[in-house]
Design a protein around this ligand. Sequence first.
Ligand code: GRF
Length: 188
Amino acid sequence: MPVRKKVAVLISGRGSNLKALIDAEQDAYDITLVVSNVQDAGGLAIGRAAGIATFALAHKGIARAEFDAIVDAQLRHHRIEAVALAGYMRILSPEFVERWAGRMINVHPSLLPLYKGLHTHERAIAAGDAQGGCSVHLVTAGLDDGPVLAQAAVPILPGDTADTLAARVLVEEHRLYPQTLADLVRTL
Ligand code: GRF
């Protein structure tokens, strides 16, 4: 069996994508560390329940580059080889992005390049789009801007609200993210 790549997941919230990554773990990767910039993020409990090391530090009052250097030190300590952002609501410093170039991915709830940033589902519905979806992309300096590795589309149905569409897209995120992470780490 090939050696599994050590992956850190960075979160800020409930951690449903983290859970999907953990549940789908197979021969390609091993979630070794969960990092949160929010001390009471729900996802931390998911990590702990799975026996995974967690590191939580509130970013308030710490300069961005300094905060990211602290996170990077944790990643090095745990010999992390790839990073998955999963609802990490924090813009990364250029130094951190450069350090993990080609080894850091994000899941975004839109069909990129459409709707970078927040409120993606509201914006897709307001635009009258026939489809919403999610994208997994390499992280580069621009927000939600890196090369797209994989996408999944879902129909936007009459009467959809941002919440109903988000729920439909989330199912696809949970399927697509583990698959794409596994594909990426196999190339490292
Ligand atoms: C997901 O919709 C993801 O696409 C976006 O933030 C949300 C995180 O949800 N980046 P969760 O914390 O993984 O449940």
